[in-house]
Design a protein around this ligand. Structure first.
Ligand code: B1M
Length: 236
């Protein structure tokens, strides 16, 4: 750490300066500083969701741009990702503590060949906060993992994440397998990840594409409600 970095007293910064500094610290992979920044913003009364989006997600967006442009490389991005995860781990229990009524169950995982998990983790956190039980399968999941988890946990929703154009087609492998096994209609299938879009979700037979974690929560709630209404109509 340089002398200049050591001199910065995060608590003395205004909210705006602190968020800016947290973007820089995330970029530099300074985990302890990112954690301290999260704690300070919470102490100042910021809502956990605001800390998550303004300080962490926006910071990671800057990292993503410089990664794309060849200014940052994998080791630096890994450090940034670990700092982001450390910040998220403080927010996770706070986001889950909303006391929301139980909404349903979701199994979620990143698809085979793909090790990106920050976005998936964020979706899981937000879903828990909205009252869903979340079973997280982690990264690099072959179809067998999804099938085993669906059988074991009998969720309402299957969520899949992919961040690479080379791994997103694997979502279709999972959905096609569900169709072949006659299981597709049992689950609401939601997909997400930066390279996806609605057309892709339609083309592979998912129920919906979720642009971000907030949309995932909204979509999950709406589709579960629709499903309950359909079942009630069939029963009457
Ligand atoms: Co990777 N990487 N990466 N990377 N990486 C991208 C995705 C990339 C776009 C960077 C770039 O070039 N600009 C690029 C993909 C290009 C492409 O395919 N078109 C890329 C590449 C090329 C690679 C490698 C191939 C690099 C290499 O090795 N040469 C390699 C691949 C490894 C692999 O998976 N096999 C690789 C590796 C890595 C790291 C390990 C260094 C690290 C991952 C660490 C980790 O996740 N633990 C990493 C990172 C951090 C990124 C970027 C910079 C950031 C991703 C991120 O965490 N975003 C990323 C650039 C970018 O996306 N702009 C990039 C923040 C997160 C909150 O957003 O994940 O989009 P996101 O999630 C959002 C939504 O998409 C949505 O909600 C989330 C929250 O709002 N969502 C869902 C996501 N999943 C969902 C599931 C749902 C619903 C919504 O289910 C219901």
């Amino acid at each position: 750490m340089s002398e200049q970095e050591e001199e910065i007293d995060l608590a003395s910064l205004s909210d705006e300066e602190l968020v800016q500094q947290m973007h820089d610290d995330l970029y530099d992979g300074l985990k302890d500083e990112v954690v301290e920044g999260v704690e300070i913003l919470l102490e100042r009364g910021w809502e956990p969701y605001r800390v998550l989006t303004n300080a962490l997600v926006d910071g990671m967006t800057i990292v993503g741009i410089d990664f794309r442009d060849g200014i940052l490389f994998v080791p630096e991005v890994l450090l940034a990702a670990n700092s982001m995860k450390a910040g998220m781990s403080i927010l996770r229990p706070l986001l889950a503590q909303t006391g929301a009524p139980k909404m349903g169950k979701m199994v979620i995982g990143t698809v085979k060949g793909d090790i990106h998990d920050i976005g998936k983790n964020l979706v899981g956190m937000m879903m828990e906060g909205a009252g869903f039980e979340v079973i997280d399968l982690g990264i690099n999941n072959p179809v067998e993992n999804y099938l085993a988890a669906l059988e074991e946990h009998q969720p309402d929703i299957l969520g899949m994440s992919a961040l690479l154009t080379t791994t997103m087609p694997y979502m279709k492998v999972v959905i096609d397998t569900l169709v072949e096994m006659g299981l597709r209609d049992r689950y609401i299938v939601l997909v997400g990840g930066a390279p996806l879009n609605e057309e892709f979700a339609d083309a592979i037979g998912a129920d919906a594409y979720c642009r971000d974690a907030a949309v995932a929560v909204e979509t999950a709630g709406a589709l579960i409600k629709r499903r309950h209404n359909q079942l009630a109509a069939m029963a009457s």
